[in-house]
Design a protein around this ligand. Structure first.
Ligand code: ATP
Ligand code: MG
Length: 371
């Protein structure tokens, strides 16, 4: 059977009875494959749920088809969408997976559950979590005081969100981080490059060169280590975040920037009626970003504008435009405000393990520096 035929058959099934198919995902997959060899492979994996870790690694190496419940056509689509192993599936959102592989959400949920089983995800003892946290890297902002506020710089395996009104320094920090990530670890960098999703078209290579020069990097080389993508729509932006996975997988990238996270969503989804779908999409986008941070030990920096008169909308100046949805999604949230003479005040809000506090830094020609 050709891939095309399999695809058609799978599609037909999804249309006819998505729920039913989802329930029986394990049984229907061998049917669509119709190769006895594959069948027995699938069976033997199912039987060996409690395999040792080496075996699990082997299964991941075999590709997605080795994952129970995924047929070749679906596996191909998932591969194309950047899901290359069980872990990337296990940490994805059903909505993402369903869109990427053209399958029902119910089937996507089932596949995610199976992938989680394979990766031994679910409850994890805290000592294992501690072990994972030991590999967390730190990225300097350029200001010691600002770094201190963040417990030593931006963390990998986390999303840091900066929110504040226009001119508060969100994009300046973004460009500075894109430079700093290139520094060696003993200088506060992560010795790697950066992906920069620019949805407001405010990335300025000249500015990056100034900052690089100040940090002792060759400005031209610094530009080469930053991959910039301009997003023109929220769909564009979401796609770019998904494509980012490929680059992270190849290695050499430890920072993903989205500046700004929600401006395109805000302009496209206008009015109360659109709020639910906007937040749903934002949620998906954020879960993609979380996955990048988590799976590839990378740091994600996102920006979010608040209005200069936020009380008109929310009544609380520290509340970002994204509202609660973002509040619960970013790991670290920094509220930025302008002060006199190029000074900026950063306040850490809602951190899982750090006290709330403030730091003062400066935006100068050289970039982000101590006050
Ligand atoms: P928006 O919400 O509009 O995107 P933002 O928070 O991203 O705003 P930034 O672009 O980060 O704002 O900050 C712009 C400010 O940074 C300028 O108003 C200026 O004060 C400062 N700035 C930018 N370039 C320089 C420079 N070369 N030298 C000194 N200060 C600069
Ligand atoms: Mg900006």
């Amino acid at each position: 059977m050709t891939d095309e035929e399999i695809k058609n058959e799978e599609e037909q099934k999804t249309e006819e009875a998505p729920e039913e198919e989802a329930e029986k995902v394990e049984e229907t997959t061998p049917e669509t494959e119709e190769t006895p060899k594959e069948d027995s492979e699938e069976d033997s994996e199912e039987d060996s749920e409690e395999d040792s870790e080496e075996d699990e690694d082997e299964e991941e190496d075999e590709g997605l088809e080795a994952l129970t419940g995924i047929g070749p056509a679906t596996a191909k689509k998932l591969e194309e969408a950047g899901y290359h192993d069980a872990k990337s599936i296990a940490t994805s959102a059903p909505g993402d997976l369903s869109a990427a592989a053209d399958i029902s959400e119910a089937k996507a949920k089932k596949i995610i559950t199976l992938a989680k089983d394979k990766c031994d995800m679910g409850f994890e003892t805290a000592d294992k979590l501690m072990e994972k946290r030991k590999s967390i890297g730190r990225l300097t902002t350029g200001s010691e005081e600002f770094d201190k506020l963040l417990g030593g710089g931006l963390e990998t395996q986390a999303i840091t969100e900066a929110f504040g009104e226009f001119g508060s320094g969100k994009s300046q920090i973004a460009m500075q981080l894109a430079v700093n990530v290139q520094l060696p670890e003993d200088k506060g960098g992560l010795n790697s490059g950066c992906l920069y999703i620019d949805s407001e078209h405010t990335f300025r290579p000249e500015r990056v060169m100034q900052m690089a020069e100040h940090m002792g990097l060759n400005p031209e080389d610094a530009l080469k280590n930053i991959k910039v993508a301009r997003a023109y729509s929220s769909d564009d932006q979401m796609l770019m975040a998904e494509q980012a996975e490929q680059y992270l997988q190849e290695g050499g990238i430890k920072l993903v920037i989205v500046d700004s996270l929600i401006s395109l969503f805000r302009s496209e989804y206008v009015g109360r009626g659109a709020l639910a779908s906007r937040q749903q999409k934002l949620n998906r986008h954020l879960s993609t970003l979380h996955r990048l941070a988590d799976v590839y030990n990378a740091t994600v920096y996102i920006t979010n504008q608040v209005m200069s008169k936020p009380d008109m909308f929310f009544g609380d100046p520290t509340k970002p435009v994204g509202g609660h949805i973002l509040g619960h999604s970013a790991t670290f949230r920094i509220y930025l405000r302008k002060s006199k003479g190029g000074k900026r005040i950063a306040r850490l809000i809602d951190s899982p393990n750090l006290p709330e506090g403030e730091a003062i830094f400066k935006v100068t020609g050289d970039g982000i520096v101590d006050n």
